[in-house]
Write a protein that binds this ligand. Structure first.
Ligand SMILES: Nc1ncnc2c1ncn2[C@@H]1O[C@H](COP(=O)(O)OP(=O)(O)OP(=O)(O)O)[C@@H](O)[C@H]1O
Length: 287
């Protein structure tokens, strides 16, 4: 496969099976550098599986996957180490001596500079999600993979987190792939939407709408209807918060207790395998 410099991700014929069932079934995907793509699909259709493969966390695949060397993941339920201060959590898994100023610069970027010395147990759900974003940004990723990052947040924190993410993306210019159930999240953030079905990208559309987006805009409403149809929903079960009146931005408001068990997998967000080339290939085509 020829490497296209404008493509941050190039996937061909990607297949991943669990117990003999093909969750990803010859999936093809190209993501252009610097674009914000949202991946929609029903629960269990394989969104997380795809993101894990792109992150390099799952290599039991066939097909070809080209991704940037610098990539990071943020997930729906980030695991922070409860006894470490916030700034140390930002640098978890990073090589070398942790430098607080580095963590604090990233925390400032996500609006959490004032919580640098706090313990995770004192943070709201929205704040924890922002720590997770800061942790993902440590590596200055070219590809940011977000797996339902706001799924656990209540409406005000979710609106604020989306606004922050849109700002970060515009400032950093990295390629973003965000998996969600929420059509309205896609309409607010994406400049391209993919719908996943039967192990492949079944629908792919550019979102050519001015920003900031308004749910009441006729073009937005028309695309929303189309996406819901692609998802095959009669009822509006994929609707998120955006179709309703916009909530004024507020700081995260979901208290969350961090249990010792959260230690397990703390490195998921940031610890990606080292690589030697700007775009690396793994999982050779099997067919
Ligand atoms: N490690 C695993 N072992 C066995 N089956 C798995 C494993 N990981 C995922 N699956 C199965 O693969 C399918 C796709 O799961 P995946 O988590 O990728 O879906 P998803 O679209 O992200 O779902 P959701 O939106 O609910 O998070 C599911 O049926 C799931 O049970």
């Amino acid at each position: 496969m020829a490497t296209d410099l404008h493509r941050a991700v190039n996937v061909q014929g990607l297949t991943r099976s669990f117990d003999g069932r093909r969750v990803l079934d010859g999936l093809d995907l190209a993501l252009h550098a610097g674009r914000f793509t949202v991946l929609l699909g029903h629960g269990g259709c394989g969104k997380s599986t795809l993101l894990r493969v792109l992150a390099g966390l799952d290599r039991e695949i066939s097909g070809t996957v080209l991704v940037p060397r610098r990539r990071a993941v943020a997930v729906r339920a980030p695991r922070l180490v409860p006894w470490r201060r916030v700034w140390r959590n930002v640098l978890l898994g990073e090589p070398g001596k942790p430098v607080r100023a580095v963590a604090e610069r990233l925390l400032e970027e996500v609006g959490l500079g004032h919580r640098s010395g706090a313990r995770p147990g004192a943070l709201s759900g929205g704040e924890i999600q922002r720590v997770s974003l800061a942790r993902a940004l440590v590596r200055n990723p070219d590809l940011l993979l977000l797996d339902e990052p706001f799924g656990a947040l209540a409406a005000p924190a979710r609106a604020e987190a989306r606004r922050l993410l849109a700002e970060l993306w515009q400032r950093r210019g990295c390629t973003v792939l965000l998996a969600t159930h929420d059509v309205d999240e896609a309409l607010l953030l994406a400049d391209r939407v993919l719908v996943m079905r039967d192990g492949v990208i079944a629908y792919d559309t550019a979102v050519d709408l001015d920003r900031p987006r308004s749910p009441g805009d006729p073009a937005t409403a028309a695309l929303r209807t189309r996406l819901l149809a692609e998802l095959g929903v009669e009822r509006d079960e994929f609707a998120g918060e955006a179709a309703r009146p916009m909530t004024p931005p507020a700081l995260g408001s979901v208290p969350r207790t961090v249990h010792p068990a959260d230690r397990v997998g703390t490195r998921l967000d940031t610890d990606l395998p080292p690589s030697t080339t700007p775009a690396r290939r793994y999982g050779k085509a099997s067919s």
